[in-house]
Design a protein around this ligand. Structure first.
Ligand SMILES: [Zn+2]
Ligand SMILES: [Zn+2]
Length: 43
């Protein structure tokens, strides 16, 4: 019986880095679409 320490990397990798402007929410402080990431939340 094999009990390897094969840690399953089921970690969901982010598509891109979290937007440095809206923090990944996709909206700015005014509740409008972030112009930095166009509402994607990543840039
Ligand atoms: Zn950004
Ligand atoms: Zn943004």
């Amino acid at each position: 019986m094999t009990d390897d320490q094969d840690t399953p990397l089921v970690d969901i990798a982010p598509k891109r880095w979290r937007c440095c402007h809206c923090g990944g929410t996709g909206v700015d402080s005014h509740g409008q679409t972030c112009q930095h990431c166009e509402g994607l939340g990543f840039c």
